[in-house]
Design a binder for this molecule. Sequence first.
Ligand SMILES: [Zn+2]
Length: 409
Amino acid sequence: MCDLVSHALRAGLDRRAALAGLLGGTAALTVGAATPAAAATPAAAAGQAAPEQAAPDLPPRQSGSDHHTRLVLLGTSGGPAWWPGTTRQGIASALVVGDRYYVIDAGYGVGPQLRRAKLGTWDDVDGGPLNQLRAIFLTHLHSDHIVDLNNLLTEGLANGLPQVDRPVQIWGPGDRGALPPRFGPPPTPPVTAPDNPTPGTADMVGLLIRAFATDINDRVFDNRRPVPSAVYSAHDVPLPAHLVADPNGNPHPRMSPVPFYEDDRVRVSATLVQHAPAFPALAFRFDTDDGSVVFSGDTSPSPNLVELARDADILVHEVMDREWLEGFIPEPRDDAAEALFQHILTAHTVVEDVGPIADEAGVPTLVLTHLAPGNWPEHKWRRAQRHYSGKLIVGRDLDVVGVGTRKRT
Ligand SMILES: [Zn+2]
């Protein structure tokens, strides 16, 4: 991929712009005036569905609401773009096991969505919904996956966090260990926070606490809220050192899943997926007494993910529409535009590829989420069914999908 990118730059890509903003930071260039791709339509250039393609959001499916263990889609939008014409919230999901639940990624809107999903003591203004939250798992540290983590940790103090029966455990990737390679010609851009330019999850939460110290101290001293260490603690997912030694040379080493979290309801394992230069980029598997659910995070097709998802009950997978990307970088594409096109494809999974991944893993239910673009009509995502033998669910915010057969008591 890096060779392609370098070639693209030599061939004429000449300025930074917003495509990365639409997809989460992976592709950091747009095509300069020297390339034919600059002729992308205005709607595509703005990351919008054309008006005839926009469709109203559909009501959530609630058929799994009576299950003891259930998947809840809190937000299904892909990328940090605030897509026009949709109410889809940023990427976030919950796995509910009995009267406790776990959050996977914390995109924009996750807090209010927990209340709308009626999790925890949702109808008590001060007492919920976070009172039944056990842990938060972050697949990677792109902003679209973490931007409202701070909301959970700070405004959470007024939404049930003080009532948790044990500190909420926050797990996510560790320090990248090195800056990503410079994408584009010199000069090298200045480094933000050069003393700690790629903090991992534990570090990041510590920095958030410091950044919000004025608010936290006010609420602790004036409102007698609990101190952060009493209600949450953060950790880096431990991965074998040899797998994380070369984030720029080998960001997607082949590996088998690593178990790293267990309590009386779930056992959680992680694997590295392919979302370079984001690193470590993780997928998670949750094993419960009622079944297993796997979350892909952001990735292109990954053999590590197939192994992680083997014989799980549900695979929750990101997806991008190649047609949308082709509208953004239309043909004819010169070398530079083609390289950019391929660069984006290597970080995400297109509609045609997502079903075969689930089939290869032997997973009977595939749930599409992190939809990019977030305002595409549902029938476009349903094309994934042509390449998948199981049950396809095109995710909608607040969908509830049952896991196993046991019902709530
Ligand atoms: Zn993302």
